[in-house]
Design a binder for this molecule. Structure first.
Ligand code: PLP
Length: 427
């Protein structure tokens, strides 16, 4: 049955208008999309990079040396800092320097990024995964001792989201069993444990990440920190082909520039001066960034407190949380489920993420170590309900309001979004 031409035309016009409105809505959402993470790069970083570009020294050189020196000062001295091109590289070098190799085991958490465990495999050793504390998502210190075998060489805790692990029992177990400790501090700049900065505890090595989403960034980059001279020397040599002299030394010392000695089959893990230039300026802002993130976390806390979610734990009184991530946990019976929640947030123009898909749920780790999803039940449950909300210093208070309104909307809880009236939010 055909409709009259005039009716058909009117009908087509309506359909066309609906389509245009839909496309306009989608486009405006895309334009207005709040990403999950953004780096905070200012004119100071840009000027420092330009200075390096103009200097002609692009690879590891004076800026990297300055960045390392500044980092040691930031930590209050008494340690050595070695810049590398990622935390992954730093963790690899740290374990290599500790002599980890085939037949050895390294105890770590399943609730981490694959880099933590990948570097153990790079050395032919085996990771032994441990479940987490359901409150902090950090490695459950009490379970570490049960995982120790005669093959165990290192314990590798991860300070999840920037909240320090309970390090005293970890260090005590390590001491009692003669084990080394390497802290994966990719999230923990700056974080403190019992009043001391991560990086200044009694661990053997601490490794930070300056990946683009981290609290302090160089785009890609990392820092190895240790107070052990032998470990530092080994890492320094192995980060650059196993050569006894780095490029800066070769081209600035009075010895002939062409001469160098290879003393081990090293890696190519050095940081460039371009990246270090960004790091020098970012590090100056590290405490301001932390304070801002802390204020933002407090705003989320008060705005989301009445919702059916568990809010992330704060650092104990007197300690600092870097607030790299703000991870909420949807209550068990809450609908929609986690995946649908993230999709509905994206439909409202808000990027969210998940930290982490536990390693024992990834095919490689599952198949290599014959792991089952139920092997680490706390991690699995945490993963199934965890959502990381956007939290970065470039966000405005209005951005945070949008996130909280969207969370409330998706969880279909009506009511006003409460915020702390922080007038210094954008300071
Ligand atoms: C816990 C953890 N460890 C290590 C890494 C690796 O850091 P990078 O990207 O600097 O190698 C990451 C990266 O996100 C991480 O989250």
């Amino acid at each position: 049955m055909w409709c009259k031409p005039a009716v058909c035309a009117a009908f087509a016009r309506i359909i066309f208008l609906i389509l245009v409105a839909y496309l306009w809505f989608k486009l405006s959402l895309m334009n207005n999309f709040l990403p999950f993470a953004l780096p905070d790069i200012g004119e100071e970083e840009i000027a420092e990079v330009v200075d390096s570009l103009r200097s002609g020294w692009l690879t590891t050189g004076p800026k990297t040396q300055k960045f390392e020196k500044d980092f040691v000062e930031f930590l209050g001295g008494e340690v050595q800092a070695l810049a590398v091109n990622s935390a992954t590289a730093g963790l690899h070098l740290a374990l290599e320097a500790l002599g980890v190799g085939p037949g050895d085991e390294v105890i770590t958490t399943t609730y981490t990024f694959t880099a933590t465990a990948g570097v153990i495999r790079h050395l032919g050793a085996d990771p032994v995964f441990v479940d987490i504390d359901p409150r902090t998502f950090n490695i459950d210190a009490e379970r570490i001792e049960q995982a120790i075998t005669p093959r165990t060489k290192v314990i590798m805790p991860v300070h999840f989201a920037g909240l320090a692990c309970d390090m005293d029992p970890i260090l005590e177990v390590a001491r009692r069993h003669g084990l080394k400790v390497v802290e994966d501090a990719a999230h923990a700049l700056p974080s403190t444990y019992r009043g001391r900065l991560i990086g200044k505890l009694e661990s053997d090595v601490t490794v930070y990440s300056f990946y683009a989403t981290k609290t302090v960034t160089t785009g890609e980059g990392g820092m190895i920190v240790t107070s052990n001279r032998e470990i530092a020397d080994r890492c320094r040599i192995m980060r650059l082909h196993g050569i006894s002299r780095d490029a800066f030394d070769r081209y600035t010392s009075t010895k002939p520039a062409w001469h160098y000695e290879v003393i081990a089959p090293g890696f190519k893990y050095n940081l460039t001066d371009l990246a270090a230039s960004i790091g020098i300026q970012q590090l100056k802002k590290a405490w301001d960034f932390q304070k801002k993130r802390e204020r933002m976390a407090a705003i989320y806390d008060s705005g989301l407190v009445d919702l059916p979610v568990t809010l992330p734990p704060k650092a104990p009184d007197g300690d600092t949380h870097s607030w790299h991530l703000y991870v909420i946990r949807l209550d068990d019976l809450v609908k929609p489920g986690r995946n649908e929640f993230i999709q509905q947030m994206a439909d409202r123009g808000i990027g969210c993420s998940v930290h982490f898909i536990p390693l024992h749920l990834h095919p490689y780790w599952m198949n290599t170590y014959n792991l089952q999803p139920h092997d680490f039940p706390v991690s699995r449950l945490a993963y199934e309900r965890a959502v990381s909300l956007p939290l970065y210093t470039k966000m405005t208070e209005a951005d945070q309001q949008r996130v909280m309104t969207a969370v409330r909307d998706v969880l279909s809880v009506q009511g006003s979004v409460v915020t702390s009236a922080s007038s210094t939010f954008n300071a």
